[in-house]
Design a protein around this ligand. Structure first.
Ligand code: GCU
Length: 332
């Protein structure tokens, strides 16, 4: 069974790669292809469409075509495609980029952002973010901008929620494929289970995992609220969504086209903040109707449980310390 599944995935990957490389993605094409894994009613899709519309309205003769719903693969796959130069753009979570460039680790460090305001302030203004985004060119992709992906908290199949890390003992919690997110759940007392986003619903349903962690839209737009009963505001991460481009493709664009793309991402990312708020309040309302209970808790025990991760991060390298201090300097 596993062999058949793996074989199927390999064939699928080869077909997609063939289609992308042979007929759609030559360097002179005026169409830039962008892949992401969310549905068309998700705020990020609406904002990426806004980005594409802004590009289209210009006279720069380039356009952006969006492939939503993970049509071209899960986040790891599309990052590989961008790196290989067979896909132009991808929108992925900063946490997924950690496996490709360790500098992205900081975005998954729990409680590194202490409020939404702090998070926005860092993402919009920090020198460290600018450097991390530009330097990943050495790793085969360039990060052009970011979109809010909300605050991540833990949700569980069981009723009643949790109030402290000791309640996570023995619970298998799905995390993104990010070593820092795995260490986080481990430090909190749970058993981290990394897997792609597309596998989470079935894994919850089949009791492969006891819970997961994400923003509230996972409950409704991705239907996890059909199989989860409690959403607990541990508020442990703000891991932004990042738009990456293939350096090979980027260098083929004119300076005017590059400027247009960057300013369109900026504008749509700014407008996205409002779109995000709308989606989250609708998601909470809808998830409650689906039977999910929301728990506001005192997060101090959770914060304490992962404090060693901050220390380890800072001691790991001088560069990490510089980035960490830069992030903290935006706290008001
Ligand atoms: C968020 C994020 C996605 C990511 C998902 C996940 O929804 O925006 O890019 O894939 O989390 O938990 O995997």
């Amino acid at each position: 069974m596993q062999v058949v599944k793996t074989f199927g995935l390999v064939i699928c990957y080869l077909v997609i790669t063939f289609i992308l490389s042979s007929c759609t993605l030559n360097d002179d094409s005026k169409i830039l292809r962008l892949a992401h894994n969310q549905g068309t009613d998700h705020a990020i899709h609406i904002s990426l469409k806004n980005f594409a519309d802004l590009v289209k309205q210009s006279e720069e003769e380039v356009s952006v075509q969006i492939y939503p719903n993970g049509q071209l693969g899960q986040e790891r796959d599309v990052i590989e495609m961008v790196k290989a130069g067979v896909l132009d753009f991808a929108k992925v979570s900063a946490s997924s980029l950690e496996a490709f460039d360790s500098n992205y680790k900081i975005f998954s460090l729990p409680y590194v952002f202490q409020s939404r305001e702090h998070y926005f302030n860092v993402m919009d203004n920090s020198q460290a973010v600018k450097e991390i985004f530009e330097n990943s060119k050495n790793k085969g992709f360039i990060s052009l901008g970011w979109y809010d992906a909300g605050q991540r908290s833990i949700y569980l199949k069981r009723d009643g929620g949790i109030t402290s890390p000791k309640d996570l003992q023995g619970l298998k919690i799905r995390v993104q494929e990010s070593p820092t997110s795995m260490s986080m759940i481990k430090a909190m007392g749970g058993s981290p289970t990394p897997m792609t986003f597309g596998e989470v619903y079935t894994s919850l349903q089949q009791n492969i995992i006891d819970g997961a962690e994400n923003n509230e839209s996972a409950l409704t737009i991705n239907n996890h609220g059909e199989v989860a009963r409690s959403y607990v505001y541990t508020e442990h991460q703000y891991s932004p969504d990042i738009i990456i481009v293939s350096p090979k493709r980027w260098e083929k664009l004119t300076t005017k086209q590059q400027d247009l793309i960057i300013s369109s991402i900026k504008q749509s990312s700014e407008e996205h903040k409002e779109e995000w708020n709308k989606m989250i309040s609708n998601s909470v309302e809808e998830a409650e109707k689906m039977g999910v209970d929301f728990y506001k808790i005192d997060t101090s025990e959770f914060i304490k449980s992962v404090s060693s991760l901050h220390e380890e991060f800072i001691f790991e390298s001088n560069q990490n310390k510089i980035y960490f201090d830069d992030f903290q300097s935006y706290l008001k």
